[in-house]
Design a protein around this ligand. Structure first.
Ligand code: PLP
Length: 367
């Protein structure tokens, strides 16, 4: 059979996701498996959200509200912005796809860092447009070089901050230097999936910038710090005109009932998110202290994961950790060989991970 698959689809690489826990259990015949590969929240989810989910089982037969009205109402009040500046989707993954559908024609260009969240590239390719990948500088986004890459064909500029998988941020000052050089008709997407974890005072206030730059779109998600990865809820904030077009394209019922109801309660539960922030910061310092003790280089992180250099081939380290029940993201899958990305886990998991990492390197390096 000769299927007439679009060339753009044939050109897409296969996404290799972190191995699921059950698969590792089966493959290595072990009972206890910890996943520190996808930046999920080790503290789980707000109890308020959990209680609410149980109450909703009797509403599953109904379609959800296609406008996510309650969420938009709640967030607009919280941030002091118009409801019409907010759009929602099944995770920011879905929103990245929709943004590409709204803006990218064949042969348009979309600029991103060479090592960043992979969905900007795949969705660009899917539209027949061209991803322009700009190398990192000092393991972070090279904003100057990204701006220099803008041409008449550039429609989208993807700025992931903190950048996944490297974890660091670009500062307000870095951004201010380049913003005035970006043409008005180039859309700047600020993907802030990890913004809740940032404690640096130099982090740009993108909501404030939005007032001066109507060509900016912010993306946030409830998958990471809010601990709702499985429910699929992401949102964006942008100029009302952009939001209007996005809403024409996105699936009418992209966001399910559970996700919508959970999102409203989640963003109001300040106590949970504060606990998460404090815990993450404390454990981030624990891990970097350990890496220092082991003499391992790491990239300064403002997120809930850290890139650490394993001083040699990362594959045997990945294998060793898997065999011992720890799933991490190996650098060879991220175009950063000799590094691994580890999500911050519970206290016990972080302690055990460090011990295993130490032993893994020792085993790899013994003659
Ligand atoms: C995890 C992640 C997303 C996608 O999250 P969703 O679960 O689809 O909301 C988007 N951007 C970055 C940088 C991420 O790391």
């Amino acid at each position: 059979m000769k299927y007439r698959i679009r060339d753009e689809v044939k050109r897409l690489g296969k996404y290799v996701a972190g191995k699921p826990i059950d698969e590792v259990k089966r493959e290595f015949g072990i009972d206890k498996v910890v996943k520190l590969a996808s930046n999920e929240n080790p503290l789980g989810t707000s109890n308020k959200v959990k209680r609410l989910m149980a109450e909703l089982v009797n509403e599953m037969n109904m379609y959800p509200d296609s406008s996510s009205y309650d969420f938009k109402q709640t967030l607009s009040r919280k941030l002091g912005i118009s409801k019409d500046m907010i759009f929602c989707g099944a995770g920011s993954d879905s929103l990245i796809n929709v943004i590409c559908e709204v803006f990218l024609d064949k042969d348009d260009e979309s600029i991103m860092a060479e090592i960043t969240f992979p969905r900007y590239e795949s969705n660009t390719i899917l539209m027949g447009a061209k991803p322009i990948k700009v190398p990192l500088k000092n393991n972070g986004l090279d904003l100057e070089a990204m701006i220099d890459a803008i041409t008449d064909k550039t429609k989208l500029l993807w700025l992931c901050n903190p950048n996944n998988p490297t974890g660091g941020i670009f500062t307000k000052e870095d951004l201010d230097k380049v913003l005035c050089k970006i043409p008005e008709d180039v859309i700047i997407i600020m993907d802030e999936a990890y913004s809740e974890y940032v404690d640096s005072e130099d982090y740009p206030n993108s909501l404030e910038l939005l007032k001066s730059y109507p060509n900016m779109i912010l993306l946030r998600t409830l998958s990471k710090a809010y601990g709702l990865a499985s429910l699929r809820f992401g949102y964006g904030i942008a100029n009302e005109e952009i939001v209007d077009y996005i809403n024409r394209v996105i699936n009418a019922f992209d966001v399910n009932l559970f996700a919508q109801k959970a999102a409203v309660v989640a963003i109001e539960d300040e106590e949970f998110i504060n606990t998460v922030k404090i815990f993450n910061k404390e454990q981030r310092s624990y891990l970097t202290k350990k890496f220092n003790e082991m003499g391992l280089e790491y990239i300064e992180s403002q997120a809930n994961f850290i890139m650490v250099n394993v001083n040699g081939d990362d594959r045997p380290i990945h294998e060793y950790l898997l065999r011992h029940g720890y799933i991490i993201r190996p650098g060879y899958l991220l175009d950063m060989p000799e590094w691994i990305r580890v999500s911050i886990g519970t206290k016990e998991q972080n302690v055990e991970f460090c011990e295993l990492l130490y032993n893994a390197i020792k085993e790899r390096d013994k003659e």
